[in-house]
Design a protein around this ligand. Structure first.
Ligand SMILES: Cc1ncc(COP(=O)(O)O)c(C=O)c1O
Length: 448
């Protein structure tokens, strides 16, 4: 391929395409990806990059998995599509429901499918409101989530998302959404006398429920490990206390497992780390390893029983709910996850990555924290390690380190000065060691 094949593509691209997070300036230096091989992506000029974020956290199995390709092709040949609306179903969706019931939290056994994460957030908000109406508590409609939480950007999901740059040009937000601080062990300041940082961060939920009025709050939504907000791993006592608060005030606990589901953190689902069971879950991304856009929600037996006994239809639907081809790929993916023990791989390889990064960069004066759980890690760069003073946004440190890493064949994303490392779970140990080298070199190139 010619050296300017990518530039040619980008010219044509800019004539007609509007991208997610559209920005002409960012896109001018964009990449055009033409092929994938395992944990690597290849650009239009033929250069190879380690896929440092597994696509968008989704492609845990890497590119070229015959099992997934064949499952999708077989289903497309048999029957590309049929409605999943009440009154219709298909064998692959039925099998997927059975498999999910086996691997999700024991109290979660019924599933509704969507095309991705944001639709799943909307579906859970509507499920929570519908449930409380059926329970004779129609005023319980509000949603509490966390600053730096990411739940997608459809209009309702955007209001749950707690990163303000996603709101500013789309205000006003919908009423009935509020945010509490993240547990963020590196930055969260617990009030004087608090039992622990994790309990104090969880108690922010109780304060918010009391401020809103418990009779008005339908649900609290949280990612077990915050992804897009900065790979924030909560304290061990955080989620158990959150569960207690939700129970005390009749607030549904929604676990957003769009990134953490299916092994990424070293367990099949994220809240398993802390022995907590949610009332609702949502998933997407790794359920098909990105080979097909499919997501969904799972509801507790209690909610499912109320729903099924109510006789009141849930008037919520997507054309592509339970898409047979997506469900076929998801079934093949769940088989792969179990056969190749993705949670175990993520646990072991994630440890290698985290230990490697800490050995290489742990003493660097501008590395505030290196954190992670399983195969999702982040490096938090700060101006002053002692005071945790952050760099000026105008310095663009995260972006500069990202540019250096790209020059060395590693492609990922940043949130400000938090650098994300979440390669496919199938990434080899050799490639993990190379990631560590690249990030050490890139950090030193920018920060000395
Ligand atoms: C935790 C979480 N929830 C929801 C979403 C939204 O998913 P989608 O982009 O498929 O709408 C994402 C996307 O990154 C996510 O990380």
């Amino acid at each position: 391929m010619s050296n300017n094949a990518e530039a040619d593509f980008l010219d044509r691209d800019s004539a007609h395409l509007i991208h997610p997070l559209h920005s002409k300036a960012v896109h001018a230096k964009g990449k055009v990806w033409v092929a994938g091989e395992g944990a690597y992506l290849i650009d239009a000029n033929g250069e190879r990059f380690i896929d440092g974020l597994s696509g968008l956290w989704n492609n845990t199995a890497g590119n070229g998995r015959r099992e997934l390709i064949e499952a999708g092709s077989k289903q497309l040949a048999e029957m590309a599509f049929a409605s999943g609306y009440a009154g219709s179903s298909n064998p692959r969706a039925i099998e997927l429901g059975e498999k999910l019931a086996r691997i999700t939290y024991p109290n979660i056994n019924q599933f509704y499918f969507t095309s991705g994460g944001g639709e799943s957030t909307d579906s859970n908000i509507k499920m929570a409101r519908y449930y409380w109406k059926l329970m004779g508590k129609p005023t319980k409609t509000k949603v509490i989530s966390r600053i730096l939480g990411y739940h997608g950007v459809t209009l309702a999901a955007m209001c749950a998302t707690g990163i303000d740059m996603y709101w500013s040009m789309f205000e006003p937000r919908m009423p009935g959404f509020s945010h509490i601080p993240s547990p963020y062990p590196y930055f969260y300041q617990a009030p004087e006398g608090a039992k622990s940082q994790g309990i104090a961060a969880a108690d922010e939920l109780e304060k918010a429920i009391l401020a809103e009025g418990p009779d008005t709050v339908a649900m609290f939504i949280a990612e077990p490990v915050q992804g897009a907000g900065g790979v924030i791993v909560p304290q061990d006592d955080y989620f158990p206390r959150i569960r207690e608060i939700c129970d005390q005030y009749d607030v549904l606990l929604v676990s957003d497992e769009v990134i953490t589901g299916f092994g990424r953190t070293g367990k099949m689902f994220g809240l398993e780390h802390w022995g907590v069971k949610p009332d609702l879950i949502q998933f997407a991304k790794a359920i098909t390893s990105g080979y097909f856009p499919l997501g969904g929600i799972g509801v507790s037996d209690e909610i499912a029983n109320v729903m099924n006994d109510s006789g009141k239809p849930w008037m919520h639907a997507y054309t592509y709910s339970a898409h047979p081809t997506g469900c076929a790929i998801a079934c093949a993916m769940l088989d792969l996850i179990e056969k190749e023990d993705f949670p175990g791989q993520a646990r072991d390889k994630g440890k290698r990555l985290l230990v490697g990064l800490k050995d290489a960069l742990g003493d660097h004066p501008n590395v505030g924290e290196i954190r992670g759980l399983g195969m999702m890690c982040a490096i938090e760069y700060v101006k002053d390690r002692a005071t945790k003073e952050v760099f000026d946004a105008a310095d663009g440190i995260g972006a500069k380190i990202n540019a250096q890493a790209m020059q060395r064949g590693f492609f990922s994303r940043v949130r400000g000065d938090a650098y994300f490392i979440a390669p496919p779970i199938v990434t080899s140990n050799e490639t993990i060691d190379r990631i560590v080298e690249i990030l050490a070199e890139s950090t030193n190139a920018v920060l000395g």
